[in-house]
Design a protein around this ligand. Structure first.
Ligand SMILES: [Zn+2]
Length: 351
């Protein structure tokens, strides 16, 4: 079983609906902040929370706010607390060619069309059968409204017997190796785009265009996330086409307290590229496709000969790998991915 979040876009709402959602969000946020200001009173219910409500709210939403406030003990002020609906309050239904969601608001229940992706359709199709519906949050991002719906899906049946290794780096964001067959994702274009973003930001920094800089950062972050989605999707599809049942990746350490083990690690610091996120994307897409994910120790993967096992720094020369012992040679990143697929330094705990 796997719990994932579907970010489902609401089909462009009318102006009235847009205002309704905004009001609803303002009210849940105000209620949350009033509860915080009152010292998070205990034992409240939607009936007894009335005195903290600036304006009426549906009781199911109030109950969620009470729960959310209790769950975020350390928050002193909620900037926005999106209205949340549990699986009994939010109803998802098919209406001909599309899906609708209905949920309560302070102006009665509304039923709205959803702009789902094909993948979301497939999952929604199974709700109440193999997929379990969880809670959903209504939120706005860049002028569009979304429902973040959490669902629990069953693990798919095993996809195959073969094992693939995925290595990450800056020259190649990702290299996949399945029994010698490889797939490369070049990092140059990514580096180029990021340099351009950086240069633009610097120029704007001189002009003190802070809003524009923030927007540019958002844009870059979106672009990177999108790249991660595309690469991870391509990797999983490539693996499925080859009967891969297990994907192995190096266990990377956390963001700030990672120690630099060797020089090769430096370029892979998570500040440079979100390798951690890319791995997580690969992992969840793989699991949904029935591919097992295993984490291996990130040790010696780039300097060990896949043919004879000889390990040494000198085996590696930039982009090329050449074994000093047996003469085996190949692309260094492909060798890394191959060693990862074989888990030469052993499997790590869950990451
Ligand atoms: Zn060798």
């Amino acid at each position: 079983m796997e719990t994932i979040t579907l970010r489902i876009r609401l089909h462009k709402p009318t102006r009235t609906k847009d205002r309704l959602y905004r009001e609803l969000t303002e009210r849940t946020t105000a209620l949350a902040n009033n509860l915080v200001a009152a010292g998070r009173p205990k034992g409240l219910t939607s009936r007894t929370a009335g005195q903290y409500m600036p304006a009426p709210l549906p009781s199911a939403v109030v109950n969620q706010v009470i729960r959310d406030v209790a769950a975020h003990k350390r928050v002193e002020r909620f900037r926005v607390l999106p209205p949340c609906f549990n699986n009994q309050t939010l109803r998802i239904q098919r209406a001909g060619d599309f899906w609708t969601a209905s949920f309560p608001t302070h102006n009665g229940r509304v039923r709205v069309p959803l702009a789902t992706t094909e993948r979301q359709d497939r999952i929604l199709e199974q709700v109440g059968k193999t997929v379990k519906q969880g809670a959903a949050k209504l939120y706005c991002k860049r002028g569009r409204w979304y429902l973040a719906l959490s669902v629990t899906v069953p693990a798919a049946p095993c996809a195959g017997e073969r094992v693939a290794g995925v290595d990450m780096g800056l020259r190649y964001l990702a290299v996949v190796n399945c029994e010698g067959e490889t797939l490369f994702f070049k990092g140059d274009q990514a580096a180029y785009v990021r340099r351009r973003f950086n240069a633009l930001r610097r120029r704007m920094g001189k002009a003190k265009a802070l809003d524009a800089i923030r927007q540019m950062k958002d844009k870059e972050a979106r672009w990177m996330r999108d790249q991660d989605h595309k690469i991870s999707r391509a990797i999983v599809n490539w693996c499925l086409a080859r009967g891969v049942g297990t994907i192995r990746m190096e266990k990377l350490e956390g963001i700030r307290n990672r120690r630099r083990r060797d020089r090769r690690d430096r370029g892979r610091s998570l500040h440079s590229w979100s390798f951690y996120r890319l791995q997580q994307f690969i992992a969840y897409k793989a699991r949904l496709a029935g591919i097992r994910v295993e984490w291996v120790e990130a040790k010696n993967t780039s300097r060990t000969c896949p043919q004879c096992g000889h390990c040494g720094k000198e085996n590696r020369n930039g982009i090329w790998f050449r074994c000093r012992s047996c003469g085996y040679h190949g692309h260094a990143d492909a060798v890394g991915a191959l060693n990862i697929s074989r888990a030469i330094s052993g499997l790590a705990g869950a990451a």
